[in-house]
Design a protein around this ligand. Structure first.
Ligand code: HEC
Ligand code: HEC
Ligand code: HEC
Ligand code: HEC
Length: 408
């Protein structure tokens, strides 16, 4: 049983490394280790109940596509809410309830966020339809058929990673647009996963020649942020109202979560951007695959920032019954720890660590007083965190929230 599990995890690890490792977790620029996160996920027993990418247990939901993974606050709230059922299942299965260090929790969050950004394998049949509908074969040959106005796509078929693939198209964009115009063919826009499907089809057509693999380093949000400036994206796209205004403000745009899909959205705006850039004498940004992955990681992170309200949190602290057990003012006695004394900085990750480590005893006390486990939405959890943080300085210290991190 154990060796079988280990084998499955080696397989999973291999599968994960094939695709670009993605790190859309955005917490005060801390570097996290997604591979260590996979090991934590396995060693704490999560995998015996939860599958990721279709591998693992079935007692709990597959965490690859549950809405909660991919955003630390949602994930923390979901775990908080499901904790009692989860602990109950663990006891039934005679599993020891795991405890975590903050670092382990950080890595596990990074791992769970990463798997959510992976594109599903494309559908080659749909890809073929797209290839035909968009008339790619007029100019490109693949598997020995098609035109020769553009490069033979067998060479790009080796790019396994949708991001590397889009980077190739992006860099050749101006030349391709010129050729399209000359032929009177409209610019090919893509929807959803079409780009990934197309890539699957092209890989299949190219056959054995497509065996080369492209590995990208785990993308870095920080590198992405500085590239967003150095490649002059910022000249047109504001972030939190700093920066240019001719393109949409990136902190307001809701981008898809998966990398191949964000890259597609970016591709679709190529002609418009190209035109504006020429008019404003901004040079067309050439992007290495790694650079594009970094930029996408940065864009992805923008939607993961959170803010909360201390006064709303204070109300929740009463309405959810926390006040029954926990004092908050210095020196005040209470049956459970005084929460004004917590020293570590509270974030979705540290709150989850606390929840796993102290939760079972907290639950026990609640059951003794016939209280039900309080469930919090992600919004409520944010308010609660900001409130508990505000207790430390009694309003003196600015509340630390990752949302202040990326503002120019
Ligand atoms: C013994 C089985 C079991 C183990 C071990 C387990 N879980 Fe769960 N988990 C469940 C079940 C069952 C649910 C669904 C509970 C419900 O429906 O309320 C769940 C729900 C969740 C959810 C919420 C998913 C959603 O719907 O958004 C998350 C996140 C989660 N678990 C993470 C973890 C992590 C991380 C670990 C390891 C530390 C873990 N679980 C260990 C059984 C388990
Ligand atoms: C009207 C002709 C034309 C059509 C139609 C066309 N392309 Fe291109 N494509 C080109 C040209 C020309 C280039 C090279 C541009 C350059 O290098 O400046 C190119 C470049 C590319 C590249 C980059 C290749 C490399 O070596 O990195 C990819 C990928 C690509 N096209 C994919 C497609 C796909 C997919 C379609 C259909 C959705 C398509 N093209 C439709 C003319 C076309
Ligand atoms: C010259 C101005 C300009 C530059 C430079 C520019 N963009 Fe854009 N961008 C635009 C405009 C305008 C749109 C909206 C286009 C449309 O609606 O078709 C856009 C749209 C986008 C979108 C889609 C947003 C949505 O609403 O879905 C993404 C993603 C994007 N740009 C990323 C980038 C990145 C990354 C860079 C830097 C490599 C960049 N842009 C550089 C003008 C620019
Ligand atoms: C029935 C009593 C009870 C209620 C109600 C309760 N807790 Fe607790 N809580 C405890 C106990 C007991 C502990 C300590 C458990 C331990 O030491 O393992 C604890 C620990 C904690 C800790 C960790 C404290 C530390 O020093 O690290 C936090 C944070 C916390 N609770 C937050 C909350 C929040 C937020 C609520 C309301 C949503 C709440 N608690 C409701 C009993 C309760």
């Amino acid at each position: 049983m154990k060796t079988n599990m280990q084998r499955r995890f080696l397989f999973l690890l291999g599968k994960l490394l094939l695709v670009a490792a993605v790190l859309p977790l955005y917490l005060s620029g801390q570097t996290t280790d997604t591979r260590a996160g996979l090991i934590v996920f396995r060693e704490k027993g999560c995998a015996s109940c939860h599958a990721v990418l279709g591998e693992g247990g079935v007692l709990g939901p597959d965490l690859t596509r549950t809405a909660s993974t991919g955003n630390p606050l949602e994930l923390a709230a979901a775990m908080w809410g499901h904790a009692p059922q989860m602990w109950q299942r663990m006891k039934l299965e005679h599993l020891e309830l795991p405890t975590f260090t903050t670092e382990e929790m950080e890595n596990m969050f990074a791992f769970l966020a990463m798997i959510r950004s992976f594109d599903e394998p494309g559908n080659a049949v749909v890809g073929q339809q797209v290839f035909q509908a968009k008339q790619c074969a007029t100019c490109h040959s693949i598997g020995g058929q098609g035109g020769d106005l553009g490069p033979n796509l067998t060479t790009v078929a080796s790019l396994r990673n949708p991001v590397a693939w889009v980077a190739g198209m992006w860099n050749h964009g101006p030349g391709m647009v010129r050729a399209l115009r000359e032929r009177g063919i409209s610019f090919p826009e893509f929807q959803g996963t079409e780009m990934v499907d197309l890539q699957s089809y092209i890989r299949l057509q190219a056959g054995a020649a497509a065996d080369e693999k492209t590995y990208l380093r785990p993308p870095s949000t920080e590198r992405g942020e500085s590239l967003f400036r150095s490649k002059q994206c910022i000249n047109c796209h504001g972030i939190d109202s700093g920066g240019g205004t001719s393109g949409p403000d990136m902190s307001r745009v809701v981008l898809p979560r998966r990398f191949g899909e964000i890259a597609t959205v970016m591709w679709n705006h190529e002609p418009q951007m190209n035109r504006l850039a020429a008019a404003a004498s901004i040079s067309y940004p050439q992007l290495e695959a790694q650079e594009l992955a970094d930029i996408l990681s940065f864009l992805n992170s923008l939607s993961m920032r959170w803010t909360g309200s201390a006064s709303a949190g204070a109300k929740l602290f009463e309405s959810k019954g926390c006040v029954n057990c926990h004092a908050t003012t210095p020196g005040q006695q209470s049956p459970a720890p005084n929460l004004g004394k917590i020293e570590q900085s509270l974030t979705p990750i540290t709150v989850s660590t606390i929840m796993w480590n102290h939760g079972p005893r907290m639950l026990e006390q609640m059951e003794n007083t016939s209280m039900t486990w309080p469930v919090l939405t992600s919004r409520e959890l944010a308010d609660m965190i900001v409130y508990l943080e505000s207790l430390k300085g009694r309003g003196q210290r600015p509340v630390r929230s990752p949302s202040s991190g990326g503002t120019p």
